[in-house]
Ligand binder design. Structure first.
Ligand code: NAG
Ligand code: NAG
Ligand code: NAG
Ligand code: NAG
Ligand code: NAG
Ligand code: NAG
Length: 422
């Protein structure tokens, strides 16, 4: 949500998404051409790169030091890579490799996964559970849920009739959303038990290819983009737990009536009622282009970010209370030349609440919040936004030290993994 990495024909670029007006250009590298995978571990210095020139090889870099940490080769082309502070997952067409990110040791190979040329695989960013989700079949929409920390299968979830197209966890790793290749229905399950919690309809008439599916950090919203011009944002209404009073708006009132009604109905009917229209939508200027979306808080307001394969970043405002059509407020070109700013991410200001509700509440209670110390209007690079506090892992490696991480050691040599206490 706070960092963007793009691969191009000539190399790769890293950006920090801390301000709407200005794109923080963190780093660029033109040593490896035809980069088709570039994954950064949150906002740390660790970057994993795969190039079309060697599609079976993964290179791991400490980009701030400009050094290669290690490289690994696999039996077939690498289709996707997922990282959290505990695990690095490499997904090939018919197998999944699970590495320990601290020393890159290969912990597990899941062989003979159903053939999947899109490399569909999700990893929970919560390193306390490191759940991995991947398709259990290429003909029906079955999800395999795997415990990446304890290296065992947890369960299979019969999610859709047709093959899966998209999978994503919420930030705590306790919800999983999925879409099938038809792209008409999106379902949300509780993890690890696999109970169905929500069902959303993207539209009945047309089949679409869902290209990205993502929760907001606070799991209030779920966003789905496709090969069409419309991005849908769904709101996950809490039906059982007590929530603060809704604001006295018409939609808030209707929402409450709706919630009250669903609680009295038998489960089957309640499922039907969960088939909701989108809470908010975005109409993209371009259709048919591959895109990736995310929901993020930038400068204290909820935003929808869309990156398109032609190299643009679109930033929209999302109204967290009334939804509706999101407003485009900025378009950036990601391919413009620009010098990276070295000091962009060394800002260590106090953590910042992540939830939209908290953000909006703070905004309305402190209209002159820009005058409060530590919350400057341009201060998107607050530490809590760059790396959520809960993502700091404890253990033998100083993952919480930006300057030390990742430590330089020989990949296979576990004995040399040490933590320098500062
Ligand atoms: C991969 O790592 C080896 C050392 O293990 C090194 O000699 C080689 O140059 C690396 N290859 C690339 C392409 O970086
Ligand atoms: C991470 O997952 C663990 C176990 O599933 C859970 O207890 C914990 O609350 C989660 N932590 C965060 C910060 O989401
Ligand atoms: C989805 O993508 C596939 C392959 O790219 C294509 O054949 C198919 O027609 C697309 N489906 C829709 C509904 O656009
Ligand atoms: C993720 O989903 C679980 C289960 O519904 C919920 O308890 C948790 O609060 C969600 N995580 C966040 C960050 O909201
Ligand atoms: C949308 O596309 C049209 C035609 O390409 C262009 O003139 C217009 O500026 C675009 N709008 C935005 C907001 O990018
Ligand atoms: C399970 C799954 O989604 N399999 C897909 C893997 O990729 C092929 C080719 O794109 C699809 O046809 C499968 O449905």
């Amino acid at each position: 949500c706070s960092s963007l990495a793009i691969g191009t024909k000539t190399g790769y670029r890293l950006f920090s998404l801390s301000s709407v007006e200005q794109l923080d250009h963190v780093y660029e590298n033109y040593e490896i051409p035809d980069v088709y995978i570039v994954e950064r571990l949150f906002s740390s210095s660790l970057v994993v790169v795969v190039s079309h020139t060697k599609p079976r090889q993964m290179n791991v870099y400490h980009f701030k030091k400009g050094t290669e940490i290690c490289n690994y080769s696999y039996s077939s082309n690498i289709l996707s890579i997922r990282l959290n502070r505990q695990r690095l997952i490499v997904c090939l067409e018919e197998s999944i490799y699970i590495h320990n990110i601290k020393d890159m040791k290969l912990l597990k190979t899941i062989l003979e996964t159903p053939p999947n040329t899109t490399g569909l695989c999700a990893l929970s960013i919560n390193h306390s559970n490191s759940y991995v989700a991947y398709p259990g079949s290429s003909t029906i929409g079955e999800i395999m849920l795997y415990d990446g920390n304890n290296l065992r299968t947890v369960c299979t979830i019969p999610a859709h009739d047709g093959p899966l197209a998209a999978l994503t966890f919420n930030s705590t790793g306790s919800k999983l959303a999925s879409a099938s290749e038809k792209g008409t229905v999106i379902r949300v399950f509780s993890i690890p038990d696999g109970q169905k919690l929500y069902e959303f309809r993207r539209g009945m008439k047309r089949y679409v290819n869902i290209s990205s599916l993502v929760f907001s950090m606070d799991s209030q919203f779920l966003c789905a983009s496709s090969n069409t011009e419309t991005v849908h944002i769904f709101k996950l209404e809490h039906t059982t737990d007590s929530r603060p009073e809704e604001p006295p708006t018409w939609s808030g009132y209707m929402g409450k009536m709706f919630m009250a009604a669903t609680n009295y109905l038998p489960a089957q009917v309640s499922d039907m009622m969960n088939q909701d229209r989108a809470f908010a939508t975005v109409r993209l200027n371009v259709s048919g282009q591959r895109n990736i979306c995310t929901l993020s808080t930038i400068q204290k307001l909820p935003r929808l970010l869309v990156t398109t394969s032609d190299g643009h970043l679109y930033i929209y405002n999302l109204d967290p209370q009334d939804g509706g059509e999101c407003v485009l407020i900025k378009k950036h070109s990601l391919l413009d030349s620009g010098k990276p700013d070295e000091n962009q991410e060394n800002d260590l200001r106090p953590p910042f609440p992540q939830s939209y509700a908290a953000t909006v509440a703070r905004q309305s209670s402190t209209p002159s919040s820009s005058t409060r110390p530590g919350y400057s209007e341009d201060g998107g690079a607050l530490r809590g936004e760059v790396i959520p506090e809960h993502e700091f892992a404890t253990g033998p490696v100083c993952l919480d030290d930006e300057n030390e991480f990742p430590p330089l050691w020989q990949c296979e040599d576990m004995a040399s993994v040490k933590c320098k206490k500062s």
